[in-house]
Write a protein that binds this ligand. Structure first.
Ligand code: ME8
Length: 510
């Protein structure tokens, strides 16, 4: 049978400063989805990268007396280090400064120009340099500043190339209306529909005021607008120009996961570029919410950022991943808060999950020398645990397929609580004292180990290190599949488990 494929992307991040926990949020979600799909048997391509061109980067480099490439090389290395520490399982990392990407962008520009959808004209507009965006008078905020970052815009006039977005306005509107799954969540879809209905102007896609970018083919004093350059990244690593088979395999992308403020670029501009190229549109653009601090978006420009590296040093990557996935409902904004993070570590990770593993392994070692004995018969309580395990695995698949990640996390933790309650209800330490309860004791310990095996599989997309450690302590193979979580009773009789080791130390609150 042919393998199902899945192509997921994050935005490519600007190396204008180090990344903050908001960026880590987006990449963690994408990583979790990618890991889930691999677990479910898909052949996954997961892409992230860096968006390195543009005036802002050039200015930042100049201010530091280095060349743009020297500047970005250093920051991009810190992105890659962060993703490694956070266990991000990307299959490729695209840098827009790479020759393989230049080739694709220029070819895309050439094809659309040859078709007559790119023309030369004169541009006068209000430009926000930090956001690399042009705005119309109407779009500015109440102070006449950029509606996104609220800083002053500059009036800019230049000879430039334009992309005929107006020609595609009706088609993109129809596409968004006809394909409800193309743009999610629904609120973002409604925003985009009204945005398009206000009318789309042709987009200026070249600049002459700086040179840190990809030159327009055959007219090198122009560089290609950074968004036209950046969006094209999604085609580069999957073989757009050099590997037709690979391209067919992964395109159209299954999900472009992006922050809500750049949904417009990913649906309208990207959608129109693809239409002009005659290439299928991605299956889904998902606009996630922001991490906010006291109601304000966390952002480099606002200076209210939290450094994910420091958090990882302090709490470990799984704790950070868990908090981001559990606390923030995908599509909505969520608060980042250190106390809430510590609370989650202590209650959900150290207490609920950590104790379940510790108690279970301890009892198997103490009462049965670490050996799992045959489970025969069983009480009503045993049956209800088994049913809940099966139900959890089933619901989990559905929630994860629907990208309801925080609900899937909650579901698994509901089962973890159920297992802890099962220990209290069955009281294995009492069974161990009664010779006539030997079989019951073996059943309970088997069921607990089996539940932990299932839990280790289900949490692997969320907190991969912890999943590995649980499997290690259970002395089971790391080669796991989602299917294996859907059948109760896979652990072999006479299997020997390891000794318990603490998963998460409790954090003392100052
Ligand atoms: O927009 N909460 O790059 P970027 C959650 N280069 N997510 C946040 C966030 C927050 N507080 N702040 C940022 C760009 N993000 C372009 C993308 S794609 C072809 C080009 C996330 O570095 C959010 O997903 O400014 C945002 O869209 C992304 O970081 C990239 O931000």
């Amino acid at each position: 049978m042919e393998k199902k494929t899945f192509y997921i992307t994050t935005p490519i991040y600007y190396p204008s400063a180090k990344l903050h926990i908001g960026h880590a949020y987006c990449t963690t979600i994408a990583d979790t989805i990618a890991r889930f799909k691999r677990l479910a048997g898909y052949e996954v391509f997961f892409l992230t990268g860096s968006d390195e061109h543009g005036q802002k980067i050039q200015r930042t480099a100049e201010a530091q007396n280095v060349t743009p490439i020297e500047y970005v090389d250093k920051i991009v290395a810190s992105f890659q280090e962060l993703w490694k520490r956070l266990e991000i399982s990307n299959d490729d990392f695209i840098r827009t400064s790479e020759p393989r990407h230049h080739k694709v962008v220029q070819e895309v520009f050439r094809r659309i120009r040859d078709k007559g959808d790119i023309y030369k004209g004169e541009y006068t507009g209000l430009y926000c340099t930090p956001c690399e965006s042009y705005w119309t008078e109407l779009q500015l905020d109440e102070n006449g500043c950029c509606p996104d970052c609220h800083r002053p815009v500059e009036k800019v006039s230049e000879e430039a190339y334009f992309f005929k977005i107006s020609k595609y306005a009706d088609s993109i509107l129809k596409y968004i209306e006809d394909n409800p799954e193309f743009l999610e969540p629904k609120s973002r879809r409604n925003e985009m529909i009204s945005f398009i209905k206000q009318g789309l102007e042709d987009l200026c896609i070249s600049r002459t005021s700086f040179n840190w970018g990809i030159p327009v083919p055959d007219d090198e004093k122009h560089v290609i607008y950074v968004w036209f350059d950046a969006l094209t990244n999604y085609l580069t690593p999957i073989g757009f120009l050099d590997d037709e088979e690979k391209f067919k395999k992964y395109w159209p992308a299954d999900v472009h996961l992006v922050g809500k403020e750049i949904v417009r670029f990913h649906t309208i501009i990207w959608g129109c570029i693809l239409m002009a190229l005659g290439i299928e549109l991605p299956k889904k653009v998902y606009g996630h919410g922001w991490l906010v601090i006291s109601g304000d978006k966390m952002s480099k420009s606002k200076g209210n950022v939290v450094d994910p590296m420091l958090l990882i040093d302090e709490f470990g990557s799984d704790a950070i991943r868990y908090f981001l996935l559990r606390e923030i409902v995908l599509g909505q904004d969520g608060n980042f808060n250190r106390d809430a993070l510590i609370q989650r570590i202590n209650s959900d990770l150290a207490n609920d999950l950590g104790n379940l593993l510790h108690r279970t392994l301890n009892m198997i070692n103490k009462f049965q020398k670490g050996v799992l004995l045959e489970s025969v018969g069983g009480t009503e309580i045993d049956e209800s645990l088994k049913n809940e395990a099966a139900e959890t695995a089933r619901e989990y698949r559905v929630l994860m397929e629907n990208l309801q990640i925080s609900d899937a996390v909650k579901l698994v933790w509901k089962f973890i609580s159920r297992c802890n309650k099962y220990i209290d209800e069955t009281a294995p330490w009492k069974l161990a004292k009664d010779e006539t309860q030997k079989q019951n004791l073996s059943n309970v310990l088997y069921n607990l180990a089996e539940s932990l095996r299932i839990i280790a599989i289900l949490i692997s997309p969320f907190i991969p290190t912890t999943s590995r450690r649980i499997l290690e302590q259970l002395q089971l193979s790391q080669d796991i599949k989602l299917e294996d979580a859907e059948t109760f009773g896979k652990l072999e009789i006479n299997h020997v488990v390891g000794k318990p080791e603490q998963l998460f130390p409790r954090i003392e609150i100052e």
